[in-house]
Design a protein around this ligand. Structure first.
Ligand code: FES
Length: 92
């Protein structure tokens, strides 16, 4: 999968683009379809099933279970990335 991992996509504006909802990456202004995660030049972001119930947001996320605890101090959880190397991205 070819995707740009660096941009703060969570800060992007959500807009109607060519008839469907997209998020615009604030760094390169690429538009990603919120339903598919794809964009026009072949980049792709992960997409997750989301539902809102009684003011709570639930995200369906499939991952392998980890026996390593969430580190409250650093806010880090260790997962493996696509290459099998530790991915220490912050998940808060
Ligand atoms: S940083 Fe490149 S598309 Fe977001």
């Amino acid at each position: 999968m070819n995707k740009c991992r660096r941009g703060p996509l969570y800060l992007g504006d959500i807009e109607d683009y060519k008839g469907s909802c997209h998020v615009m990456c604030p760094w390169h202004s690429y538009m990603f379809d919120l339903a598919t995660g794809k964009n026009e030049i072949g980049l792709r972001q992960e997409v997750y099933q989301v539902k809102v119930e009684m003011g709570n947001v639930y995200v369906k996320y499939h991952s392998e279970l980890s026996l390593k605890p969430y580190d409250e101090e650093t806010g880090r959880v260790t997962f493996s990335n696509d290459e099998g190397k530790p991915d220490t991205t912050n998940y808060r």
